[in-house]
Design a protein around this ligand. Structure first.
Ligand SMILES: Nc1ncnc2c1ncn2[C@@H]1O[C@H](COP(=O)(O)OP(=O)(O)OP(=O)(O)O)[C@@H](O)[C@H]1O
Ligand code: SF4
Ligand SMILES: [Mg+2]
Length: 322
């Protein structure tokens, strides 16, 4: 895992929404890397900052949000330092995103062909004929009949639309694809098909991916490593094996107990309490009001990140050397 060429290097990233009601610290001092052909699963409860983190990697944080600090290096280029023009050039070509609720991202008044061709002519300067040829290949790659090019989004099923959106994200063969809840709105059969498609792309195209979901059981299927996010922070990161077989953070342990797993004999429980308001996160460890192991120090001092060997690290006072 450690020897892969680094495609994405995120360092101390902070992304805040400055609202009238206060500053929402949606991503707060987050660091991680993704290697070539590696899939990072990013999991955590609703509102913990997963999508905001995804947007920031493309320089697309919606106002009133913005990157307040840190660096995002994609193939060595710091995205946080680029102008809007420069960002437009790397979006889709170096890094692309399958947006959450992506099926609604397709423009309803354009055919699939027009939407794919536009991306190709803008970025590659392709002639129409070349662009259509590439669009056909893109649909075939995601298992769709090229005849669908002539259709409008409303003439496609949910699963077809999701494949078109994935085809679009892959169109310019980016180094890194961020897939934000790509299967959430789909029924289980289509969900399985999309997962197989993403796995195929990972192996065949060597694309690096960040796979965002609140559902850890999906993450287990595709990820090489996993980052667990809580209230704007990555509280634990490690290989899939480390996270699923040897979770160290009480929040990760709680999340794992809350998913039904094949062969798991223990009781399925949910973590009591609700995630905090990110305008006023708890002092100390942000998980402290919900943590079954909370200690005095957790209520006033933020836990340091502890290296657990390999890439495994955890931010929790339980693991500091006594
Ligand atoms: N445009 C905005 N203005 C102000 N706050 C925002 C905005 N967008 C998101 N937030 C806040 O930022 C935090 C992170 O939101 P984000 O959408 O990144 O979470 P998420 O983990 O993707 O959640 P979900 O699982 O529901 O998709 C939340 O507290 C949210 O309320
Ligand atoms: S630092 Fe303290 S409150 Fe936070 S997860 Fe660890 S034990 Fe629980
Ligand atoms: Mg989201």
């Amino acid at each position: 895992m450690g020897s892969l060429r680094t495609v994405l290097d995120v360092r101390d990233l902070r992304v805040y929404y400055r609202t009238l009601a206060g500053i929402v610290r949606a991503v707060d001092e987050v660091s991680f890397t993704v290697g070539e052909a590696e899939v990072l699963g990013l999991a955590g409860e609703s509102g913990c900052g997963k999508s905001t983190l995804g947007y920031s990697l493309l320089g697309l944080v919606p106002p009133p949000g913005r990157i307040e600090g840190g660096n995002v290096l994609i193939d060595g280029i710091d995205v946080t330092k680029l102008s809007e023009d420069e960002l437009r050039r790397i979006r889709w070509s170096k890094v692309s995103m399958v947006f959450q609720g992506a099926m609604n991202v397709l423009n309803p008044v354009y055919t699939v062909e027009k939407q794919l061709v536009e991306v190709l002519t803008f970025h590659k300067g392709f002639s129409r004929r070349e662009a259509v040829k590439s669009a056909v290949e893109a649909l075939v790659q995601v298992g769709l009949n090229p005849e669908l090019l002539k259709r409008y989004p409303h003439e496609l099923s949910g699963g077809m639309k999701q494949r078109v959106v994935i085809a679009m994200a892959l169109l310019l063969k980016p180094k890194l694809v961020i897939a934000d809840e790509p299967t959430t709105a789909l029924d289980v059969v289509i969900q399985a098909q999309i997962m197989n498609l993403l796995k195929k792309i990972k192996t065949e195209e060597k694309t690096s991916m960040i796979f965002i979901t609140h559902d850890l059981s999906i993450i287990a299927e595709i990820s090489d490593k996993v980052a667990i996010m809580y209230a704007g922070k990555v509280v634990e990161l490690g290989s899939s094996e480390e996270i699923f077989n040897n979770p160290k953070h009480p929040y990760t342990q709680g999340l794992l107990r809350s998913i039904p797993r094949l062969g798991y004999k223990g009781k399925i429980t949910w973590i009591p309490g609700v995630p905090p308001d990110l305008r006023r996160p708890p002092i100390g460890c942000r998980f402290n009001p919900r943590c079954p192991y909370v200690m005095d120090i957790c209520r006033h001092k933020e836990p340091p990140t502890i290296e657990m060997g390999g890439e495994h690290r955890v931010a929790c006072w339980l693991h500091t050397k006594k």
